[in-house]
Ligand binder design. Structure first.
Ligand code: ATP
Ligand code: MG
Length: 570
């Protein structure tokens, strides 16, 4: 198979090349970068914030928070003080090590103070995306037996305070009515001292509970421990290519694992200036942030890139983005068309990274010094052994589609699915962790994503991954987004059916369907061309921006779509 290869430029003169790094790599060496390797006292919040103050970098900007009201900046020293205050408020209300403290807030500096403060007292934090409605909030608080929630005036009504037995306190930022269990977080922070005796924990103690996106079924509560820092630190350094003077922006919300692993811990463990942009997505707000804050490293997702692409190239030209030197993507397959677009308008290759909530950190990546093959997710992070296996755990040769799997354990691996041992164990075949994604490896060792295992289509004896078809579809000028499923068919087993959202200005006609079908037939393969096409105003997506193929399938088959708590209904 021929793939277009983009020659990479190694931005970091200190960075070894991929093969050499893999050869010389050891997790033990990485651990020596942390103060706890000598003291035995661990707390990721100390490593991410306080340590830099102790080492003389207190005045460096840790956070630029930007929204419609402008930019507020905080140094590492200020981050330390505010998170200490938050920690003291939690302590005063008897929140203890191991308690589950949920953070249910829109992005704001206070969110970061609260999250770090809770970590500093040894609590397990549970970030919740602000758009969750009452049912989604209630499910997660109940499942995790939460003790506390930090929230805002606007979101407070979505917390069923009386219905969650374990819930002791709801800390509210902003005005609110008096009520049982309600604490005024803003007032208490003002009164709290910024002196704190941090809670030193074991590296295997609970840190964060992230619920998965809910693309394939009910969200799972994935528990990570403080040890996650080893891999988050090194992947942020090696893959995101962080260096002292970088200004880094990860667009993911902390409600999703990317927004904490690489929106909080990765950058701050590397002492890098971190950008957070609040408010809603708009091309102007985003390009404006890149320009005004002089962002150098930008980590986002295919869905966002596709929206920017849809807004047109003229839009980009209005901004000076000359500081930008490294672009990365995660969360969904990165379509070659999107890579081409970025190459044209930013003069940069988007580096894809593959990982999942359960893996806790990057697993398959495009290392800066690696040549990029469009359509490939890259190669295993140094220190990670990845392979393609069949359903019995046997490794498959190159070019064979199968289960994407990794040898367990690795430093950032999940330690539990909350309260569900059986579910946790279901991920493993022997010592292989099985991702649920289907992929193949080419002869050069690059991994190619094909789809979720459940989404792979069997049509007339051929196994077809939906991703390749979707990528071809969005190359067509009329197509903004596409979701492809297998629809049961008495003769072919399944047929390929595509749901398509059109770009502005295109009419959903039968002629257009025929044109799009031919476009795939000629550009990819006859058997991959969708026999059925249905136009939709928009595709069903999770709140983290992933196309929910299970919902498309349920619509098609008139079935119950299952847990929709994480679906974006806006
Ligand atoms: P759920 O597990 O609840 O169904 P989810 O799998 O979407 O939801 P996440 O952990 O947020 O929840 O997402 C991980 C998944 O995202 C991966 O299993 C993979 O399918 C997809 N993904 C992440 N990065 C990439 C990538 N670079 N290329 C292709 N797919 C990716
Ligand atoms: Mg998943």
């Amino acid at each position: 198979m021929e793939h277009e290869i983009y020659k990479a430029v190694d931005q970091n003169p200190n960075m070894k090349n991929y093969d050499e790094t893999v050869k010389n790599f050891s997790w033990d060496d990485i651990e020596k970068n942390f103060s706890w390797s000598e003291t035995g006292k661990v707390n990721i919040a100390y490593e991410a914030i306080d340590r830099h103050v102790d080492e003389g970098y207190g005045d460096k900007v840790a956070l630029h928070y930007r929204d419609d009201n402008g930019t507020r900046s905080f140094t590492f020293k200020e981050m330390k003080e505010f998170s200490n205050k938050a920690a003291n408020v939690f302590k005063a209300h008897d929140i203890k090590k191991g308690d589950r403290v949920f953070i249910f807030m829109p992005r704001s500096p206070e969110l970061y103070f609260a999250l770090l403060g809770a970590v500093k007292i040894g609590a397990i934090v549970g970030p919740l995306f602000e758009a969750f409605m009452e049912k989604a909030v209630s499910d997660r608080l109940t499942d995790s037996e939460a003790q506390a929630v930090v929230t805002t005036t606007d979101l407070l009504p979505r917390i069923p305070v009386a219905d969650i037995d374990t819930l002791e306190h709801v800390f509210v930022v902003g005005d609110h009515e008096e009520g049982d269990k309600i604490v005024d977080f803003t007032q208490e922070i003002e009164k709290a001292t910024d002196e704190l005796e941090i809670e030193w924990v074991d590296r295997e103690d609970g840190l964060i509970l992230h619920y998965t996106s809910g693309s394939t079924g009910a969200p799972k509560g994935v528990l990570h421990v403080h040890n996650v820092m080893v891999q988050q630190f090194i992947s942020a350094k090696y893959v995101l290519d962080m260096k002292e003077d970088d200004v880094y922006w990860c667009t993911a919300d902390p409600g999703w694992v990317t927004g904490t692993a690489y929106g909080i811990f990765g950058p701050w463990l590397n002492r890098v200036t971190n950008v957070v942009v609040g408010g809603r997505f708009s091309p102007d707000a985003w390009y404006g942030a890149l320009q005004d804050l002089k962002v150098t490293i930008w980590y986002s997702a295919p869905t966002a890139f596709r929206m920017l692409m849809g807004a047109g190239d003229e839009e980009v030209k209005k901004y000076d983005l000359s500081n930008l030197r490294h672009m990365l993507s995660v969360g969904e397959p990165l379509n070659p068309e999107v890579i081409k677009w970025a190459d044209k308008v930013f003069n940069l290759r988007i580096h894809d990274t593959w990982w999942m909530t359960e893996t806790g950190a990057h697993m398959i990546v495009n290392f800066p010094s690696m040549d990029i093959k469009a359509g490939a997710m890259g190669k295993p992070l140094p220190g990670i052994e990845a392979s393609i296996i069949d359903d019995n755990g046997n490794e498959l040769p190159p070019m064979r589609m199968g289960n994407l799997a990794m040898k367990a354990p690795w430093p950032a691996m999940m330690r539990q699915i909350w309260g569900n041992r059986e579910k946790y164990e279901s991920y493993f075949i022997g010592d292989w962790y099985v991702s649920g994604d289907s992929a193949y490896v080419d002869d050069d060792g690059y991994f190619f994503f094909q789809g979720r295992v459940d989404d792979v289509i069997m049509t007339a004896g051929e196994r077809v991954g939906p991703f390749e078809i979707e990528s071809k579809l969005i190359e067509h000028e009329a197509v903004q987004e596409a979701g492809v499923i297998g629809k049961p068919d008495p003769i072919r087993g399944e047929i390929v059916k595509a749901f398509i959202a059109l770009r502005e200005g295109y009419e959903p006609t039968d002629e257009l369907k025929e044109e799009i079908r031919n476009f795939v037939k000629l550009g990819l393969a006859a058997h991959a061309a969708p026999r059925e096409i249905e136009f939709k105003d928009k595709l069903p997506k999770t709140r983290s921006g992933k196309i929910m193929r299970r919902v498309l399938k349920a619509w098609e088959l008139n079935l119950d779509a299952g847990d929709l708590s994480s679906m974006d209904n806006d």
